[in-house]
Design a protein around this ligand. Sequence first.
Ligand code: ZN
Length: 251
Amino acid sequence: MTVARLAIFSDVHANLEALEAVFRDLDHQHVDRVLHLGDVVGYNASPCEVIDLLMERNVHGVQGNHDVAALDLDLAEGFNMLAYHAILYTRQQLDAHHVEYLSGLPFSLLLEGQFLLFHGSLESVNTYIANMYQAKRAFNFMRRQLPFVRIAFFGHTHVPKVWSRNSQGKIRALPLTKEPIILRSDEMYLINPGSVGQPRQKDSRAHYLIVDIDAMTVQFRSVEYNITLAQAKILRAKLPEFLATRLAEGI
Ligand code: ZN
């Protein structure tokens, strides 16, 4: 099957209500394939339901730092108390087939021979691409390691972003519009769809991205979801209260 339109999302973080809202929106978007950029679990209350829905929808992706920490608690060493608490909860919830799904996620994925997917950076799941300096480092790393890749998708920061690098090596953050953004054939891109389950740009909606391969565009989409229900589940699971309140604020 030739893939013409992709949906890419990241950092679902066990937020079932947000993921369901994304799929409801996706049902009208005529995409051929759906992929995620890791951090399927952590922070929120529904890790099992989220993995089951991803499996049912045949969504493949890459591993995030919370996914690997759910498999091996030693990897949660650098986590703050909120994240650590949620990982302990996650580990209690997961059944064997959930563990198998998380274990099967690769560090990175190359798609259609031209799109690279990873969680933090190409160096590790824990590394952020959150500023110009880090974007420059990531572009340089890509140019050395995978010179044939021009476009990469990443997550981890929970903030939508498009970094571009022109042929002179100048790096800039593109303005994010509602309309599709055209990707030029002579530039490199690092693109973050933002987060489905815990957005941090003070916009509490669930965020994801549609890639049109023929038109070479990316389009950011944001959907409302039932935050109150997600919050109730967090409190019922006895997770830290701040994990519930932050969802409404988008922080
Ligand atoms: Zn995350």
